[in-house]
Design a protein around this ligand. Structure first.
Ligand code: GCB
Length: 606
């Protein structure tokens, strides 16, 4: 059999597992400089006859003798910093799509606190590797993972004798028709080990997953999964203890549990978090968790029993400056700080799973969040392995973050053209999301097509399968007359809350002129004013159906499809701030509106 080019993304996740609470465990960081080999012709894995090349780069041979027939040398090759995309670390890689081999050596010393010790297990945890990757330890292939934004782990127990080890990762960001995302997206295809890589040591029997949250009816619910050398299982009776010291709770819990508690609630703008401790033998995980209810009532979104209008902003996972992939806490605090400066109570984390620090910071800052799968434009809905991969990416999205009070929505897609195959595919993902987490709302951002209508009826059949009808609309930008935006009305066939998950217009920061001249800040600001007027008229608490908005977008972001010289230059210019954070006029227009919406104190704590 001839091998596929690069990493075979049709092999869905072999040799990987999913650990949660990674940020809350002791980690040995493997971040920093990794040696890399750029391999556009795939010589590192595939031999010239299409066979697996047993002398491939993954063997990490170091030529030591002049006669050694080795035509690569990681030690002599350049380095890239992990976490980080490769595109912005080396200008030759800005547009590169293909394979890069990463190599990092690390030492396990034989001392007491180290070595491959009896009674301990070790995992490699990869925060994200875009898109498909293979993991090799000391020349042995251990795992393949498909999906560029979700975390995955590989067990290394038994492989880490005292001494030096070679960890090699093949990371391949090529676009393929049957990957998720597929051939086209309006964001940069940042390749590489874009989030942290860690070694994690745990006891032989450990808490593989432990989560807790509040269901829409106010019950505190959650689940625990135990991992032992014999496999993954539910906890035995009395095996796992859950403590919430501030609430006087100490109890044993099982695989799915329910507690009768009345904690002081987390609320947007009032982010109260409670200490939580999980214990399984000597495996202890500590977390800080908020409790709130999120539900719908007709066309309203209801948080802690209060109809709550969501005034938000969409955010890409791109850093506050430098046009690189965002990662870590600092990027999260700057981006979310800007959202708070706007007065937002809600963020749409588009269009893929963001760094875990983003949702942790949303919890700390009291921002409701929408989290999304990269099921976006042109997905091969008819192909079974694509669905299988979408489900695996959904597992990663939901399971990592089920304890985060901030998260109100799981979104299974963005702008997918209606067809029976697509609706079946996405409805099955919506069901899967509800199975993984029955406590949150499920949605998908729907496409609206150019129209001359003033009165809009959203009747995409996917509306049946979701809890909230999310609509992307670009009145006044891609279509429609700017001066009549305020007159438009919006309804759906479903009697559910409607969110404008996108609206907006492009402007180049610093470009000024009249409100009739596109790309000026004045034009963009005017579109915002008109859209706000339309939203205000159609609010669900005023007889309409609109329950919120998250305009597109916080910051200008890189996109290869944005080619207009002098204006776009490789950036989507719909940001409220430039790619370096300079505020445009529309930022103040939206901030003034959100200021008026902050209608006083949050409901009394109960
Ligand atoms: C959309 C997409 C988003 C694009 C945006 C635009 O509808 O969902 O990814 O970036 O429009 O700017 O056209």
């Amino acid at each position: 059999m001839l091998l596929a080019r690069g990493c075979d993304h049709r092999v869905v996740n072999s040799g990987t597992t999913l650990l949660t609470n990674v940020l809350r465990r002791e980690r040995r960081s493997l971040d920093g400089a990794w040696h890399v080999i750029v391999d556009p012709y795939e010589m590192g894995y595939v031999g010239i006859l299409g066979e697996r090349n047993d002398r491939g780069f993954f063997r990490d041979f170091t030529p030591r003798h002049p006669a050694d027939r080795v035509e690569y040398d990681f030690d002599a090759s350049p380095t890239l910093t992990v976490p980080g995309d490769w595109n912005t670390q080396d200008e030759r890689l800005l547009y590169y799509e293909g394979t890069v081999w990463y190599r990092r050596r690390f030492t396990i010393d034989g001392g007491d606190g180290d070595g491959d010790r009896a009674g301990r297990r070790r995992f490699l945890n990869v925060g994200a590797a875009n898109h498909t990757s293979r993991v090799f330890l000391d020349g042995e292939e251990l795992a393949t993972h498909a999906g560029g934004f979700g975390p995955f782990a590989v067990e290394l127990t038994g492989c880490l004798e005292a001494g030096e080890h070679s960890l090699v990762m093949q990371v391949d960001n090529r676009r393929e028709p049957d990957r998720i995302p597929a051939m086209r997206s309006d964001w940069w295809n940042f390749g590489g080990l874009t989030r942290s890589v860690d070694l994690i040591e745990v006891p032989e029997v450990f808490l593989r997953d432990a989560w807790i949250t509040m269901a829409p009816d106010g019950r505190v619910v959650g689940g625990v999964t135990v991992d032992s050398p014999d496999g993954v299982r539910s906890p035995a009776v009395d095996e796992v203890t859950l403590r919430l010291p501030g609430l006087g709770v100490e109890t044993t819990v099982g695989d799915g549990f329910e507690l009768d508690l009345a904690p002081v609630r987390w609320h947007p703008g009032r982010p109260i978090l409670h200490d939580v401790e999980w214990q399984l033998g000597d495996d202890i995980v500590r977390d800080e968790v908020g409790f709130r209810t999120v539900a719908t009532d007709g066309t309203a979104i209801v948080v802690n029993g209060e109809p709550t209008f969501l005034h938000g902003i969409s955010i890409h996972g791109e850093a506050p400056s430098g046009g690189r992939r965002a990662h870590g806490r600092d990027d999260a605090t700057t981006l979310l700080g800007w959202a708070q400066d706007l007065g937002a109570n809600f963020v749409r984390l588009a269009h893929y799973q963001h760094d875990e620090h983003m949702v942790v910071e949303c919890d700390r800052r009291g921002l409701l969040a929408w989290c999304e799968l990269p099921v976006y434009w042109g997905i091969a809905f008819e192909r079974p392995h694509v669905l299988e991969n979408a489900r695996a990416q959904l597992d990663e999205l939901v399971v990592r973050d089920r304890s985060r009070a901030a998260i109100a929505f799981w979104s299974v897609a963005n702008e997918t053209a209606p067809s029976p195959a697509r609706t079946e595919f996405l409805a099955s993902l919506a069901d899967h999301a509800r199975t993984l987490d029955p406590t949150r709302l499920v949605s998908a951002a729907l496409l609206t097509l150019p129209t001359t209508e003033i009165d809009h009826l959203v009747d995409d059949p996917l509306g049946e399968a979701v809890d909230v009808v999310a609509v992307n609309q670009y009145l006044g930008w891609y279509y429609g007359d700017r001066t009549t935006i305020a007159e438009h009305t919006w309804r759906s066939s479903f009697g559910k809350p409607m969110l404008f998950t996108e609206l907006g217009a492009g402007a180049k920061a610093g470009r000024h002129g009249s409100a009739d001249e596109i790309w000026t800040e004045e034009f963009q600001a005017e579109i915002y004013r008109s859209q706000i007027e339309m939203v205000e008229r159609g609010r669900s608490d005023r007889g309409g159906e609109i329950a919120g908005l998250s305009p597109w977008i916080l910051k200008d972001f890189r996109a290869p499809v944005r080619v207009l010289p002098g204006i776009q230059d490789g950036y989507n210019r719909k940001g409220l701030v430039s790619e370096e954070g300079d505020r445009k006029l529309a930022f103040d227009v939206l901030a003034d509106y959100y200021q008026q919406l902050s209608t006083g104190p949050a409901p009394a704590a109960d």
